[in-house]
Every structure is written in structure tokens, then in C-alpha cells.
Design a protein around this ligand. Structure first.
Ligand code: COA
Length: 375
């Protein structure tokens, strides 16, 4: 029996309407710092509590390349008394927040492919955090879209979407599905510690969707999946200890290690060579000359990391055309980042162009998806 070829038929994007600029974020953070320092003045003077230092918009842009980010809940995130997203709790009869934005991104992808949801066989919700353990977000998204078949959640942090693409492609190759939606709703502000100066600026919120299908049912304009590869190497340098065994006690809720924490410098130093080597080796195995890649849609965590990775892959510093950024306006959106870059910056490529979607992040985890434009 000949193998069925999986392709990317379309992508979709949901961008929350509210944004927070670096200046707005820093004004809020610095108001929180002043409050903290004045409320704890005596303890700080006695050496019992650490005096907090202000943040700076110049530092943020220089260290990360981020200028602004889209968010789901602006006012509570900027309020020095809350410093995080808040929304009214929804009843079980209402669609949950993650599913709602996932559905919007999925509908965008289905529209772009001209696909009737009845023809989709499976939904994977691939994201770095799930709103609840069960029922799966993916099953709620499946139900809202009117899709039959099966759905499940998967979490590989910043690499969730590329791991989802390979999983979907494998389902198609094996004949277990012909049309699979990989949906990545990433509400990263909900697991960031907005009171931590080192990382309060990193994240934004978004949802993306990728429709992976058997070639014989895909629209004429699609992307051949030339090859996918996944890699994981355990590291504590990006970690979030929130979980069902520690979430329920007042002592543990909201403590710093139950949110995103990282050793940013170590991540930078260790992940850049790991990912650059992985891309070059995978390209070699596929018979692709790395320097010939028309575009790199890299994970959007830090502009410096992307500069170094693209330099090692292409042999020269990439320009915006070779390695477009969405980090400046979206911030780090975890697994959605490279998919946003692909979604927004692919229409100018020509038939036959070969390019790369690549993610990397906590785990460590990394995924490479080489694609070639068809028609
Ligand atoms: N405003 C002003 N100064 C700040 C600051 C802020 N918000 N945050 C940190 N600083 C200060 C630090 O205190 C430090 O001061 P010092 O030199 O006097 O000690 C200095 O700026 C440098 O801090 P550092 O944390 O070493 O910055 P960095 O250049 O490593 O940049 C990251 C920080 C997070 C942007 C960077 O390490 C990074 O992007 N790493 C990649 C990892 C990543 O993005 N992971 C996301 C998940 S995939």
C-alpha cells in the first residue's frame, strides 16, 4: 500500500484586539515596585525584604526585540494590585476562554482552505498550558466546530505546534485521519509572573491553527511537508511547577515557581547551538542545502537567539525577508510564534520554494518542519 502524503492546506490566526506597549507595561510594573517598596519600607530598611528595582522599556527592546504584545485582559494585567489577566468565571454551559480563541483561529484556517468542518477527522489542541485537565480543550473545540472523529490535548511547551504538525502528519500517513486541525491557543500572560522584572515583558496572547491534510483532498495552493523532526532534552532552565498536586493549597497558589521561571542566559546559550545543529542536520538528511532555504519561520522568543540561529543555518545574518519577526508586535507567544510568522509571511513565496518552520523552548524541546510551496 502506498503511503498517503500529508500537506499543510492552510493556517489560521486569532489576534486579541487589546495590546500593551513596553511603555504601558513598564509604567504598571514600576507603579507595582513603588507600592511594594513603600508598603515594605520598614522591612526593607531592616534587611528582611528585598527592595525591588524598576524595569525599563529600553532594556526590554534591546534584550528581547519586543515592542508590544496582544493580550486577552489588559486592565487587570496592568493594575499594580492584580498584575495578571482576570475575567469572570464562565459556567460549564459557556465555551471556555481557551476553546473560544482556538475556535476562532480554526475557523480562519477552515475558511482559507474552503474546508467544511464535517470533512475534518481530528483536532489536536497543542499548547503550553491547558485551562483544565479534562474534558480536553480539543474536544470542546471539536464540538464547537461540529467535527466528528476524535480530539485530544498535547503539551510540549513552546514546541507544541510543531509536535502537533508531526503527529497530524503521522496520522495521515498511517491512514488514521485525512484532515487534522492543530490548534494552539496560547494565553501566556496567564502563566507569566508579571511581578518579576526579569521576565514580566516576555509574553503575549494569541491563537493559531494549522490544517494538515492528505494531499489528494488539499486545496490547489498548499504546502508539501518535506520532512519533520522532533527533539527533547531535559532541562530545568525553563520551568513551571503549577500542577494538580500543588495547585489546591493557599500556600502554593501564585508563588513564583507555580508560574513561568527561567534562567534566560543559560537558555540562550544552550538552545541556540542545539537548534542550529538540528536544522542543519535535518536539512542534510533531506538533501536540502541550508543556505538555499528561502525563509526561516523561527520560534519567536528573542531576536538575538533568532539572529544567531539563522546566521548558523544560512551562513550570514538573515534579513527580515529571510527570517521575518513577529516578536516586535506579538511578544513571545510560545508554540504559536513560528506559526504566526508562517501565517503572516508566506504569500510572497513562489511555487517550489523550500522553507522551514522551527520551534524551540521548555523541555528543552525543538521541532523542525521543512515545507515546499505547491502552486
Ligand atoms: N529592566 C531593566 N533591567 C533589567 C530588567 C528589566 N526588565 N531585567 C533584567 N534587568 C537587568 C538585570 O538585573 C541585569 O543587570 P546586571 O547586569 O546589573 O546584573 C541586566 O539587566 C541583564 O539581565 P539578564 O537577565 O542577564 O538579561 P539578558 O540580556 O540575558 O536578557 C532575556 C534577558 C530573558 C531577554 C534573555 O536572557 C533571553 O531572551 N533569553 C532567552 C530565553 C527566552 O527567551 N526564553 C523564553 C522561553 S522560550
Amino acid at each position: 500500500m502506498s503511503e498517503i502524503t500529508p500537506v499543510i492546506s492552510a493556517t489560521g490566526l486569532y489576534t486579541p484586539p487589546e495590546t500593551i506597549t513596553n511603555d504601558e507595561l513598564v509604567a504598571s510594573f514600576n507603579a507595582y515596585v513603588e507600592l511594594h517598596n513603600s508598603r515594605n519600607a520598614a522591612a526593607i530598611a531592616a534587611g528582611e525584604v528585598e527592595e525591588l528595582q524598576p524595569s525599563s522599556a529600553e532594556f526590554i527592546e534591546k534584550a528581547s526585540g519586543i515592542k508590544s504584545r496582544h493580550v486577552m485582559s489588559k486592565a487587570p494585567t496592568l493594575d499594580p494590585e492584580t498584575m495578571g489577566p482576570r475575567w469572570p468565571e464562565r459556567s460549564n454551559d459557556e465555551i471556555s476562554v481557551m476553546a473560544e480563541i482556538g475556535v476562532k483561529a480554526a475557523q480562519d484556517a477552515l475558511r482559507a482552505a474552503g474546508r467544511d468542518p464535517a470533512d475534518v477527522d481530528a483536532v489536536l489542541c497543542a499548547a503550553s498550558n491547558m485551562q483544565r485537565p479534562y474534558p480536553a480543550m480539543a474536544i470542546e473545540i471539536q464540538q464547537a466546530l461540529g467535527i466528528e472523529g476524535f480530539a485530544f490535548d498535547m503539551n510540549v511547551a513552546c514546541s507544541s505546534a510543531t509536535f502537533g504538525i508531526q503527529t497530524a502528519a503521522d496520522f495521515i500517513r498511517s491512514g488514521n485521519a485525512r484532515s487534522v486541525l492543530v490548534v494552539s491557543p496560547e494565553i501566556c500572560t496567564g502563566h507569566n509572573n508579571m511581578k518579576n522584572r526579569d521576565s514580566h515583558f516576555i509574553f503575549g496572547d494569541v491563537a493559531t491553527a494549522v490544517l494538515v491534510e492528505a494531499r489528494d483532498m488539499a486545496p490547489a495552493q498548499h504546502w508539501e511537508i518535506v520532512g519533520t523532526r522532533l527533539k527533547t532534552v531535559f532541562s530545568n532552565n525553563i520551568r513551571n511547577n503549577f500542577g494538580f498536586l500543588n495547585a489546591a493549597t493557599p500556600e502554593t497558589i501564585g508563588t513564583p515557581d507555580k508560574l513561568f521561571v527561567q534562567e534566560g542566559r543559560k537558555v540562550f546559550k544552550e538552545v541556540v547551538p542545539m537548534v542550529a545543529t538540528m536544522i542543519v542536520e535535518h536539512a542534510g538528511d533531506l538533501g536540502i542545502e541550508p543556505a538555499s532555504l528561502r525563509r526561516l519561520w523561527l520560534h519567536q522568543a528573542n531576536s538575538g537567539m533568532n539572529r544567531l540561529i539563522s546566521q548558523r543555518v544560512l551562513g550570514h545574518e538573515a534579513n527580515d525577508d529571510e527570517s521575518p519577526t513577529v516578536l516586535d508586535t506579538y511578544g513571545n507567544t510560545s508554540s504559536a510564534g513560528s506559526i504566526i510568522a508562517f501565517h503572516l509571511h508566506n504569500s510572497d513565496l513562489a511555487a517550489g520554494d523550500t522553507a522551514l518552520i522551527c520551534s524551540f523552548g521548555a523541555g528543552y524541546s525543538a521541532g523542525t518542519v521543512f515545507v515546499r510551496k505547491v502552486a
